[in-house]
Design a protein around this ligand. Structure first.
Ligand SMILES: N[C@@H](CCC(=O)N[C@@H](CS)C(=O)NCC(=O)O)C(=O)O
Length: 313
């Protein structure tokens, strides 16, 4: 079984969701530090265009999006599952809402003008400008953030709800953490770690207590490796994708067809390949790359669209 390789950078909230989950699972893994903005030359041969952070690699299998990455980690390391039976719908719905609506609220709070001086992403003028240009491109014409006067009330509204809910239990859904805790934590973490904003948590003692318990999970045992070493690891093995399997009746696409997959919210970079597996949970493509050979790129269904590829490639 190949080792988990996490492609991430320290300031990424979604990467923090996965680092913390790997800590909770006592995982032993490798990590590649990728650039915060494009280009990401050592990531593209693996994903075929998907640029968001984090990405998880298991040999020649590449997992995009934390909704899927968290599932795969939970399957590999099932002790203390973060998908407890009985709460499937509420945990999934909470995690998806938190990773979209609450995440957007939190980055809007963290990127308000009074907080920027304290952000590690804005330490010099040139880096700040390059970052903002890159994120405008990522947004594809829309805006990833809300004005602070819109975001702050939403932020406090949800922190108040979290605080009341956490008064009665250690985690959001009882005595053990679920994906919803990891999603909620990384959003809070991104705001809280900014020195100008930590005071926003003053009125929420139960949230602060829960955050300190979550933080204690740590990041697991991680060894940082180079991007080249990760590419070599992919080139050395074949993807694990087994048989072609699909839900043709639902999306009209069959295994073996050339398709393209991309997010529906932001980061509209299509990944093209041959459809290998599709279910209501995930999509898997096989693609060829001159540097790494055949790789399988996996996406969750939620938040992604799949269409027949325009090219004949
Ligand atoms: N739904 C995605 C969202 C990932 C995401 O938005 N990540 C941010 C960093 S926290 C990102 O990709 N920013 C642009 C980049 O890193 O290039 C997931 O759960 O993985």
């Amino acid at each position: 079984m190949p080792k988990i390789i996490l492609h991430h950078y320290p300031e990424s909230p979604f990467a923090e969701k996965i680092r913390l989950l790997l800590g909770y699972k006592h995982a032993n893994y490798q990590a590649v530090t990728i650039p915060v903005i494009m280009p990401k030359p050592d990531l593209m041969p693996l994903t075929g265009g998907y640029r968001r952070t984090p990405v998880m690699q298991l040999g020649a299998d590449i997992y995009c999006d934390t909704a899927l990455i968290a599932r795969v980690i939970d399957e590999l390391l099932p002790d203390g599952t973060i998908y407890p039976p009985g709460n499937e719908a509420t945990v999934a719905a909470t995690a998806r809402w938190t990773d979209s609506v609450f995440f957007r609220t939190c980055i809007s709070v963290a990127f308000q003008p009074r907080a920027l001086a304290e952000s590690p992403l804005f330490q010099d003028q040139a880096a700040a400008e390059a970052f903002l240009r890159d994120r405008a491109e990522l947004a594809g014409g829309a805006s990833l953030t809300l004005p602070p006067e819109t975001a702050l009330p939403l932020f406090h509204n949800h922190l108040g709800n979290l605080d009341r809910q956490l008064a009665g239990s250690a985690f959001l859904f009882g005595n053990q953490p679920t994906e919803a805790d990891f999603s909620s934590y990384h959003c809070c973490w991104f705001v809280h770690r900014n020195a100008a904003l930590a005071g926003e948590f003053d009125h929420y003692p139960n949230v602060r207590q829960w955050m300190s318990v979550m933080r204690e999970f740590g990041h697991g045992e991680l060894e940082t490796i180079s991007g080249e070493a990760a590419l070599d690891a992919a080139a050395a093995v074949s993807p694990r994708v087994a048989e072609g399997q699909s839900l043709e009746a639902l999306d009209g696409l069959r295994p073996g067809e050339r398709v393209e997959v991309m997010p529906t919210d932001y980061g509209f970079d299509p990944v093209r390949g041959v459809l290998m597996q599709s279910s209501v949970e995930h999509l898997s493509l096989l693609r060829e790359d001159p540097r790494v050979g055949t790789v399988a790129v996996h996406f969750p269904r939620v938040g992604y669209q799949v269409t027949r590829a325009a090219d004949k490639g």
